[in-house]
Design a binder for this molecule. Sequence first.
Ligand code: 2AM
Ligand code: CA
Length: 264
Amino acid sequence: MNLENICEAVARLAKETGKEIKRYKKENGLKVEVKGRHDFVTQVDKYSEKLLVEGLSQILPEAGYIAEEGTRTDRGEHFNWVIDPIDGTTNFIHDVPPHAISIALMQDGKVVIGVIYEICGDELFYAYKDGGAYLNDEHIHVSPVADISQSLISTGFPYSNFDRLDDYMKLFNHFTKNSSGLRRHGSAATDLAYVAAGRFDAFFEYDLKPYDVAAGAIIVQEAGGRIADFKGKDDYIFGKEIIATNGLIYEDFLEATKKAFGNK
Ligand code: 2AM
Ligand code: CA
């Protein structure tokens, strides 16, 4: 298994698909369906996922799938693709950047490849296990900021699960007063890619799905960052809560998170 070659092929596929759906949207417009509360899908999300599944099935035929739109649901014995055909669909619908294609490969439950193609900026982020992290073929690294008061922090606002909204607001309140600023871009995959590239110093959000975070997680780690769930444990892919930091502010960031969210 040559992860570098597979990663390269996945990166090429993500970029081709991003360009194709941009063209498709321009020519055909959008048909928006409501999936759930504040949860939208378009025919382009489904078209993107179809193209990705077709391409990925050629790259590694034995792998199974965890794909947001459910194009394929079969699971592989060792390998699974984790696919978000458009992360930031609400932005995509409104023609607002960023939105991205996010693809991860998991081997025996661990992410070994991550690719995020941010369509608006034509930026291709990728990483494979022990191979470092890249943006458009240049090595990237997390930021050197060691103090939360100097940090630019990204987050996603709760949009359908409001069970933890009060705790979320405690942390929002804390960072509003104690950081350089908060941003909400609406694409968790892109937020993670930006942490890896040193643009944001940290990111946090709850109620995300595996396909929102799997690719970004390995890209941040390979760029030198540190990721955890809200308890400082490793359950950030399936556990629906994630903090991603440049590593240097990790302890302080986790402490603030634990204080706001308690141990629930
Ligand atoms: P999605 O576009 O693939 O659904 C941002 O907070 C994150 O939450 C994004 O990664 C986005 O992924 C997800 N999300 C799902 N529904 C959303 C909504 N209605 N508004 C904002 N983000 C949403
Ligand atoms: Ca999506």
